[in-house]
Design a protein around this ligand. Structure first.
Ligand code: WT7
Length: 635
C-alpha cells in the first residue's frame, strides 16, 4: 500500500475501447498537452472563456512576485454565479443538479432552479446574521444537501468558507474556528453514520466554549435528537429560512478573480494545521476543465464523487466543478456497508450512476466482502471509474476494474492535493493505463521527479515530486502565514521556482509517474491526511504523557494505521486503562480518524543528537524492516 508493499509492474497496460476514445472530450492527450505546452497562458485563457465573467481579465498570469502568483488579473466573477445563476437562466434550470440519499434511505432531489433558490435564501440568511464579503464562516456538517448549499451561499455573498470535516472533534474544530476568526458557524444537530448519530452540535457547543469569538450558530435539523440551543446565539436553520428576509432572490457579489473563496485546513509537519487558501477565478477554471476532460462529463451523466464535501475532493468535485459544468451529481450521506455491503452497488443500480470516483481505502474495504455483493446488482450504467487519495495497489485496481467496471470502464487514478485544488497527474479516458500509476500530468501542468539538487533522476529511481510551473487553481497562501507558505512549498527549490509536493515518486521508461508516498511527517489513514505532530501534541496534552511519537504502519484496508509511543510522566502506570483513556483523549482532541490502533509505553524514543525523533527507526522496528542508516541516532 505504501512504500514498497507492492512492486508495480510497469509494463501492464490497459487500453480503453475505441468507442470510449472516439466519444471522449479529449480523444488525443498528446495533441492537447502539446498545445498547452506551447502557450500555457493562451491555453488557460481559452478554457476560462467557457465561464461567465462580469468583467474580463487584463492579464492571464502575473508572475511579478513569486511564489505569490495571480491568475486572471483584473477579472471580475463569482464561482457561485457560474455554478448556479447562469444555469437558472438556461434550459438546465429543470435539470437535476443534485440527487441525494440519506443513510436511513430518505431521498431528496434538487433541480438547478431549486438549488439556486435555496442558495439564494440561505445567502439572505447569512446576510441577516451580518455576514459580509471577506468574513470567514466555519461549516461543520454531515453529508447533507445543506452542506453544499452553505458553501455556495457563502461564495454568493463573498464570504470565505472554512469547512471542517465532521470526523474532527471539538479541539480540532476550535483551533480552526480560532485560526480563521469565524464569528458564524453552520452546523447540524447530528449526522447519521452506521445507524448511529454523530453528535455534531454537542461538539460545536464544546468548541465554542474554547473559541468564544463565535456569535451565531445555525443548526440544520437532521437527526432530531434533543440538543441544547443557546438563546441569542443558536438558531434553527428552518426557522431562519422561513423568515421574510430569506427571499428567493439574492444578488451575487461581484468578486475579484483573486478574492478568497475558501480556506481548507490540512495537516503539515507541525501541530498547527495549515489553512490552505483558494480563490474564485483560477479555481473555477481549473476544476471545471479537469473534471470535464478527465471524467469526460456529458449532460446525460450521473456523476458520483463518493468523497466527503469536507475535504478538497468534495469541494472541487462534488460542489463546485460539477455544478459549473451543469452536471447531475449524486451524494450519499452514510457508510458504504450500511446496512449491508451492497449499499453502494444498490444505489448505482437504482440511480443509474455512470461515473464513480472514490478512494483506494473504500475499494479495498468493499473488496473484502467478496464479489457476490456487487454481482447481485446491474452495474451496466457505469462507464468510467476513478480513484484518489493514496496510491492504489494493483490488486485493488484489478478488482475495481473487473468486478465493478466489468472490464469496460477505464480507471482514472488522479493524483493531486488540497494545495493543488484539482487533478495534476491523471489519465484521461483516451490514454493507456497501468494499474498503480496516475500516468502523466494534465495539459498545462509540468511535473518532474528530481534529487535534492534539482537534477531529474533516471527512470525507475525515487526522487522528490515537484511542479515546475504555476497553474490556475494553485493555493495562494497559508491563511495568515505567508512565510510558512514560502518556507513549506517554495524554499526547497527556491532557485528554480518549483513547488515541492512533499511526495516521493518515480517515473518509468514511458514517462508514467508512480507515487510512492509522503516524504514528510504526514500519515495517510484511509486516505485522510494526518500530521504526526497533531497526534503527538494531542497525546502530550494528556497529563500522563511526557513525550510521544506517532508513525504510520501499512494496513491492508486503510493504507496506514497509527502506532503511538509514549513516555509517561513520573507516577503514571502504563496499563490498559490508561491506554483506553489516551485513545479517548485523541478522539476528542483530534478526532476518531486519528485514534492510534496501538499505543506502546516506552522509556525512551530514538532521537538524533539534535533531539529530533527518528520516526523512521520506529517504523522500521514496527514493520520488521532493517533499521537503515542509524549513524545520527543518539540512543
Ligand atoms: C496527498 C494529498 C487530492 C484529494 C485527496 C487527498 C496522496 C492523492 C493520490 C493518488 C497516490 C495520492 C499524495 C498527496 N495522493 N492522490 N492518486 N495516488 N497518492 O488530498 O489530503 O491534500 O492529500 O495524497 O500523497 O500528496 P490531501
Amino acid at each position: 500500500m505504501t512504500q514498497d508493499a507492492f512492486a508495480p509492474a510497469t509494463n501492464e497496460w490497459y487500453y480503453p475501447s475505441e468507442e470510449i476514445v472516439r466519444s471522449a472530450h479529449v480523444p488525443d492527450y498528446e495533441a492537447l498537452y502539446a498545445e498547452a505546452q506551447a502557450d500555457p497562458e493562451a491555453f488557460w485563457a481559452k478554457q476560462a472563456q467557457a465561464l461567465d465573467w462580469f468583467q474580463p481579465w487584463s492579464q492571464v498570469l502575473d508572475q511579478s512576485n513569486p511564489p505569490f502568483y495571480k491568475w486572471f488579473v483584473g477579472g471580475k466573477t463569482n464561482i457561485a454565479y457560474n455554478a448556479l445563476d447562469r444555469h437558472a437562466k438556461s434550459w438546465r434550470r429543470n435539470k437535476e443538479a443534485l440527487i441525494w440519499e440519506g443513510e436511513p434511505g430518505d431521498r431528496r432531489t434538487f433541480s438547478y432552479w431549486r438549488l439556486w433558490k435555496e442558495v439564494n435564501k440561505f445567502a439572505n440568511v447569512l446576510k441577516s446574521l451580518g455576514v459580509k464579503k471577506g468574513d470567514r464562516v466555519t461549516i461543520y456538517m454531515g453529508r447533507i444537501p445543506e452542506l453544499l448549499m452553505a458553501m455556495l451561499a457563502c461564495a454568493k455573498v463573498g464570504a470565505v468558507h472554512s469547512v471542517v470535516y465532521g470526523g474532527f472533534s471539538e479541539q480540532a474544530l476550535a483551533d480552526r474556528i480560532e485560526d480563521a476568526q469565524s464569528r458564524v458557524v453552520l452546523t447540524c444537530d447530528g449526522a447519521w453514520l452506521r445507524g448511529s448519530i454523530v453528535k455534531l452540535k454537542d461538539m460545536v457547543d464544546e468548541a465554542v466554549k474554547r473559541s468564544p469569538i463565535v456569535e451565531s450558530v445555525v443548526v440544520v435539523k437532521r437527526t432530531e435528537q434533543p440538543i441544547k440551543m443557546e438563546q441569542g446565539r443558536d438558531y434553527w436553520f428552518h426557522d431562519l429560512m422561513n423568515l421574510p428576509i430569506a427571499s428567493e432572490m439574492c444578488e451575487t457579489e461581484v468578486m475579484d478573480a483573486e478574492d478568497p473563496l475558501f480556506i481548507l485546513y490540512t495537516s503539515g509537519t507541525t501541530g498547527k494545521p495549515k489553512g490552505i487558501l483558494h480563490t474564485h477565478g483560477g479555481y473555477q477554471v481549473y476544476t471545471s476543465t479537469t473534471l470535464k476532460w478527465v471524467f469526460d462529463i456529458k449532460d446525460e451523466d450521473r456523476w458520483w464523487c463518493a468523497a466527503d464535501p469536507g475535504w478538497i475532493t468534495g469541494h472541487s468535485y462534488i460542489v463546485y466543478s460539477p455544478l459549473i459544468l451543469g452536471a447531475t451529481s449524486f451524494m450519499y450521506e452514510g457508510a458504504p456497508n450500511f446496512p449491508y455491503p451492497n449499499r453502494w452497488w444498490k444505489m448505482i443500480e437504482h440511480y443509474g450512476i455512470t461515473i464513480l470516483y472514490t478512494a483506494p481505502t473504500a475499494i479495498r474495504g468493499l473488496m473484502r466482502f467478496g464479489d457476490a455483493w456487487p454481482n447481485r446488482h446491474d452495474l451496466s450504467s457505469l462507464r468510467l471509474l476513478g480513484s484518489v487519495g493514496e496510491p492504489i495497489n494493483p490488486e485493488a485496481w484489478r478488482w475495481f476494474h473487473k468486478v465493478i467496471g466489468k472490464e469496460r470502464c477505464p480507471i482514472m487514478d488522479t493524483w493531486w492535493q488540497t494545495e493543488t485544488g484539482g487533478f495534476m497527474i491523471t489519465p484521461m479516458p483516451s490514454v493507456g493505463l497501468k494499474p498503480g500509476s496516475a500516468t502523466r500530468p494534465f495539459p498545462g501542468v509540468e511535473v518532474d521527479v528530481v534529487d535534492e539538487q534539482g537534477n531529474p533522476v533516471p527512470a525507475g529511481t525515487d526522487g522528490n515530486l515537484v511542479i515546475k510551473k504555476p497553474w490556475p487553481s494553485m493555493l495562494r497562501t497559508i491563511y495568515g502565514d505567508p512565510d510558512r507558505f514560502k518556507r513549506q512549498y517554495w524554499s526547497a527549490y527556491e532557485k528554480q521556482g518549483w513547488y515541492l509536493t512533499g511526495d516521493s515518486a518515480r517515473k518509468d521508461e514511458d514517462g508514467y509517474v508512480w507515487i510512492i508516498g509522503r516524504n514528510d511527517d504526514v500519515i495517510k489513514v484511509s486516505g485522510y491526511r494526518l500530521g504526526t505532530a497533531e497526534i503527538e501534541s494531542g497525546l502530550v496534552s494528556h497529563p500522563a504523557v511526557a513525550e510521544a511519537a506517532a508513525i504510520g504502519v501499512p494496513d491492508e484496508v486503510r493504507g496506514n494505521v497509527i502506532y503511538a509511543y509514549c513516555i509517561l510522566r513520573a507516577n503514571f502506570q502504563g496499563n490498559e486503562t490508561l491506554r483506553e483513556a489516551l485513545k479517548d483523549h485523541i478522539r476528542h482532541e483530534v478526532g476518531p480518524i486519528a485514534v492510534p490502533t496501538k499505543i506502546e509505553f516506552v522509556d525512551s524514543l530514538p532521537k538524533t543528537r539534535s533531539g529530533k525523533i527518528m520516526r523512521r527507526v520506529l517504523k522500521a522496528q514496527a514493520t520488521g524492516q532493517p533499521l537503515g542508516d542509524t549513524s545520527t541516532l543518539e540512543e
